[in-house]
Design a protein around this ligand. Structure first.
Ligand SMILES: Nc1nc2c(ncn2[C@@H]2O[C@H](COP(=O)(O)OP(=O)(O)OP(=O)(O)O)[C@@H](O)[C@H]2O)c(=O)[nH]1
Ligand SMILES: [Mg+2]
Length: 348
């Protein structure tokens, strides 16, 4: 079994060497541990430092693309290098790499697909007050709304099974942490949590420019992902609130109509009607979103299939004709097709 520890890094020359050196190279149940650094267009010496510190693979984006894109690319590279288990850790030395064994144990035992290394954010006194509490509020709101157990949703210290890494959707540009959790829940993957205390970090955050910027980006990120994965719940909740307000206004009108002299209060009727109409439209948005969600699932399944296929195929499976080349497509016999499907694990 091969474990690959991926480290997305952006201008981390001061801390990345310690992180790489701390990764344990021998772990129970794992035959082989490798470190893969994905440099995201750093302008400092991150790449040289990573090589010198012993990173096994170092990839780079020519320019900064953001954490979510880098994480997705790093996952894919790890899969291409044959990872059975993948751990993501940050390059800022925030996490204690000697705890990687605890993080991967549930995946190695086949008990979990995604393991979250939960920090006790409440006790992270060195994290700025506002940042810490926004983190906690974000975790609380997101987990309550989507029905996940309360956990540290923004931790970067996580382990993924090969199957999870192949199928998880990363629908974000800012950070991958929320989208991957919601995707894991959507795919019915087993999520486990392991308590891992984090260390203080003195360097300036690469992700958070300032609190309003972070609040905006992280808030939008959470809401967009909830809308993406739980459209009916999101728009349905808005519809329920609006319809309740509308109903109260209309009942008020009816009450005065019946028990008073029947005059006036037409405003309540108009307002109630408007709220009910908007509420109904929200419900319809939820239904449409939910239908779109089904086609997203089909696209995801196809993508996972193609990824599995391309990992098992030395040459591209796309016929050359579709790439503007003369066609080299050759018909395969039924036996060849069966062999191929067997090798991919789709049939017995
Ligand atoms: N690839 C890439 N990585 C980034 C970028 N911004 C931050 N990172 C990396 O993402 C990881 C987390 O970034 P941090 O600066 O530690 O974020 P933070 O504000 O400390 O957030 P937490 O560590 O979750 O508390 C680090 O390994 C960074 O190098 C970016 O633009 N691109
Ligand atoms: Mg950090």
């Amino acid at each position: 079994m091969r474990l690959i520890v991926i480290i997305p890094a952006y201008n981390e020359e001061t801390t990345i060497a310690d992180v790489i050196r701390e990764v344990p190279r021998s772990l129970h149940g794992i035959d082989d541990v490798k470190v893969l650094v994905y440099n995201d267009g750093s302008t400092d010496r991150t790449v040289d430092v990573a090589h010198t510190a012993g990173a096994d693979f170092v990839y780079s984006h020519p320019k900064n693309k953001g954490l979510a894109v880098t994480f997705k690319d790093a996952l894919w590279k790890a899969l291409q290098h044959g990872a059975d288990v993948i751990v993501n850790t940050d390059a800022d030395n925030h996490y204690d790499q000697s705890r990687i064994g605890e993080l991967v144990a549930p995946v190695v035992a086949g008990e979990a697909d995604v393991v979250i290394g939960s920090r006790n954010v409440k006790d992270l006194r060195e994290m700025p007050f506002l940042n810490r509490n926004l983190n906690r509020i974000g975790s609380f709101l997101m987990t309550s709304f989507v029905g996940l157990p309360r956990m540290d949703v923004s931790t970067g210290f996580r382990a993924y099974s090969r199957e999870a890494a192949l199928s998880l959707g990363v629908y974000s540009l800012h950070t991958y942490v929320h989208t991957t959790l919601l995707s894991a829940q959507d795919l019915h993957l087993t999520i486990r949590e392991v308590a891992i205390p984090a260390r203080p970090v003195s360097r300036k955050s690469r992700l958070i420019k300032n609190i309003p910027d972070h609040l905006w980006k992280a808030g939008i990120n959470i809401v967009r992902n909830i809308v993406l994965f739980r459209p009916l719940r999101f728009f349905g909740s808005v519809a329920v609130v609006l319809s309740a307000i509308g109903s109260v206004a209309i009942l008020r009108f009816v009450y005065f109509f019946v028990f008073s002299d029947g005059k006036g209060h037409i405003q309540s009727l108009v307002l109630g009607g408007v709220f009910l109409i908007i509420g109904f439209n929200c419900l319809m948005l939820g239904m449409i979103g939910s239908s779109i969600g089904w086609s997203r699932k089909v696209s995801e399944e196809i993508l996972t299939f193609i990824k599995k296929n391309s990992l098992n195929t030395p040459e591209p499976i796309v016929p050359a004709a579709s790439q503007g080349q003369p066609s080299t497509y050759k018909a395969h016999s039924e036996d060849e097709v069966k062999e191929r499907l067997k090798a991919l694990g789709y049939i017995e």
